[in-house]
Design a protein around this ligand. Structure first.
Ligand code: B12
Length: 238
């Protein structure tokens, strides 16, 4: 099938994912070439927002067993979309080095950096992540990326900045070791079972907050990645 962005959007949604914008890569975007050596003319980002993806993933064969289950699910689902729409898939995991997904995300959608460092979306708040991208040799008609203000601009209290019990997430940066040690300790039970307290304190996009099973899955993947000290090749923490 040749690429038609509306048909692609529908197919992405049928898989439980969301089309997270598209753009025409330029020289500074560090988008790799297609497997046949041609330059990518269009990049479409694919991610999750809220827990729609979780419902699909929980019913999948990958969910049942093995390592890096969500990454394997993403490879299968996005790989099938790539075949169907004659594109090449790219993934945020499998590094280092990692492909600059956050830079691409800021090109494709109106995203802003939150005081926590995570990217915030006007609608989904902090409850979103990326599972892959498709690159095309064709120059597709990409939707215009409309600039929207950051939800943080009108958030006077900024409760996210006071919510981490060990002060791991502040304006001055992210103390990954302190965060991981807390989440792995008995005192970190709430973060482990329901998701990061700082992320949960954010009033934006509350209706997209991850269901507890999904939050626990990501937090356990995060703790495991830190314990293995492999600065994870997987993107399951997200
Ligand atoms: C490695 C990595 C991590 C590592 C290392 C971070 C570090 N500072 O050392 C660890 C495992 C700690 C991590 C954790 C999380 N991560 Co992370 N991470 C990545 C990954 C795979 C690569 C980033 C990288 O090194 N890029 C290359 C360098 C050169 O670019 P950079 O812009 O300087 O990268 C820095 C930031 O990305 C930052 N970073 C990465 N994750 C996080 C999370 C937080 C809270 C902050 C403040 C910074 C941060 O660390 C990088 C190195 O300094 C990206 C995916 C990608 N391909 O970009 C996801 C990614 C950035 N992470 C993401 C997320 C959501 C998380 C978590 C919040 C997930 C969770 N459990 O809920 C957790 C944080 C734990 C918590 N308190 O909730 C999302 C961000 C989406 C968004 N809304 O902005 C991404 C894009 C993955 C995805 N699939 O969407 N992550």
């Amino acid at each position: 099938m040749s690429a038609d962005l509306d048909a692609l959007r529908d197919a992405i949604e049928a898989a439980g994912l969301v089309m997270r914008g598209a753009f025409r890569p330029g020289e500074g975007d560090a988008v790799p070439a297609l497997p046949d050596g041609r330059a990518a003319e269009t990049l479409v980002l694919i991610g999750n927002a809220g827990s729609r993806m979780w419902a699909e993933f929980e019913c999948s064969p990958e969910f049942a067993a093995g390592e890096d289950r969500l990454d394997r699910w993403s490879r299968r689902v996005i790989g099938q979309l790539a075949l169907r729409f004659r594109a090449a898939p790219l993934y945020p995991f499998g590094g280092p080095p990692w492909l600059p997904f956050l830079r691409w995300a800021a090109r494709a959608e109106s995203l802003h950096s939150s005081p926590l460092g995570l990217s915030i979306h006007p609608r989904y708040g902090l409850w979103h992540a990326y599972r892959g991208a498709l690159i095309f040799a064709e120059s597709l008609e990409v939707p215009e990326c409309r600039a929207e203000t950051s939800p943080c601009d009108e958030c006077w209290d900024q409760p996210c900045l006071d919510a981490c019990p060990v002060g791991a997430l502040t304006r001055s940066g992210y103390d990954v070791a302190a965060c991981a040690a807390h989440v792995a300790s008995p005192a970190g039970c709430s973060c482990l079972m329901q998701g990061c307290l700082a992320r949960r304190a954010c009033p934006a996009g509350r209706e997209f907050r991850y269901v507890p099973a999904q939050a626990e899955f990501h937090m356990r993947a995060f703790v495991k990645a830190r314990r293995c000290e492999r600065r994870t090749t997987s993107s399951e923490p997200a």
